[in-house]
Design a protein around this ligand. Structure first.
Ligand code: SER
Length: 305
């Protein structure tokens, strides 16, 4: 594909998987984050998305022509410091748009989240344009940026593409999300440890394998703009699960994972998110279907831990 891509927040849950896939497809990738790292298979620079000057320098120095903007504070961690979360998530969005506009970069990928929905949405099967009153500052910041994204696309100012990610299942430990239990439970099973779950056993949420999330995102970035039928993010998901169902799925491969429950504030967050989302428009527009169902996801990630 031969794009020159800058990734912000590259040390988060998504970064390294996007980096590997983008490089495999022939792109150059510059990873950036606020902390240093030698663990990634690409060039790396320290970059705080508040720093417009540094962003501008990096884009020029590395001749960047696309940005994947992942810098964000997630849902559960966000509740600890709402002002910081609002600031980072929104400043990150707007600063990257500004830096891109200044350097005539016309394509950004920016992930939104199922956190934009709220109890006034149809949580049994959330369509793309439900009424939305998010109950977390993370969800509110994502929704605010979704509105800005709509504006920039509608006005043809810059091409921003986005998916509302559900819980992402990978072998990289997430930090501060409400769906983190899916990954933590796999690590407990692999290490033969009991697991204490912070959500109730029957709390259903949409999930997907990281590879499906990466593939769909890169496909969305690759298709002709005329095939994108909306100015705001698409819903996306692969399967729905709950802590007890996920345990049963894991144990169907011979593990003996036991869980007990110590429900905390994250239950209220999960209760305000959809159990299932309608992602039919994405599947049609980019001609995509997930490769991994629930069992295949669990088995594949367990094998890699
Ligand atoms: N996985 C995220 C979280 O739990 C949702 O986008 O915060």
């Amino acid at each position: 594909m031969n794009n020159r891509i800058l990734i912000t927040g590259a040390l988060g849950q998504l970064g390294k998987f996007f980096i590997d896939s983008l490089i495999n497809q022939g792109n150059y990738v510059l990873a950036t984050d606020i902390k240093n790292s030698n663990d990634l298979n690409c060039d790396f620079e320290i970059f705080d998305v508040h720093d417009l000057k540094k962003g501008d320098e990096l884009i020029k120095k590395y001749k960047i022509n696309q940005v994947y903007n992942f810098a964000a504070i997630l849902s559960a961690k966000g509740e600890i410091n709402p002002a910081k979360t609002w600031d980072l998530n929104n400043a990150g969005f707007f600063n990257i748009v500004d830096i891109c506009l200044k350097n005539k970069i016309n394509k950004i990928f920016w992930p939104s989240s199922i956190a934009v929905f709220g109890k006034n949405s149809n949580l049994n099967f959330a369509s793309i344009d439900e009424p939305m009153c998010p109950e977390t500052i993370y969800g509110a910041s994502k929704l605010a940026c979704e509105k800005a994204m709509y504006y920039y696309n509608f006005k043809n100012i810059i091409d921003i593409r986005s998916l509302r990610f559900p819980g992402i299942v990978s072998n990289s430990k997430p930090g501060g999300g409400t769906t983190d239990y899916v990954v933590d439970m796999l690590f407990s099973a692999a290490k033969k440890k009991d697991f204490t779950c912070f959500l109730k056993n029957d709390t259903v949420l949409p999930m997907m394998h990281i590879n499906d999330a990466v593939d769909a995102s890169i496909m969305l970035m690759s298709i002709d703009k005329k095939n994108i039928s909306i100015n705001s993010p698409y819903n996306i998901s692969s399967f729905e699960t709950s802590p007890s169902k996920w345990r049963d799925t894991i144990n169907s491969f011979g593990y003996e994972l036991k869980i007990d429950y110590e429900v905390d504030f994250r239950q209220d967050i999960a209760d305000s998110w959809p159990k299932k989302v309608d992602d039919s428009l994405l599947r049609k527009d980019i001609d995509w279907i997930p490769k991994f169902n629930e069992k295949e996801t669990a088995l594949d990630i367990l094998k890699s831990i």
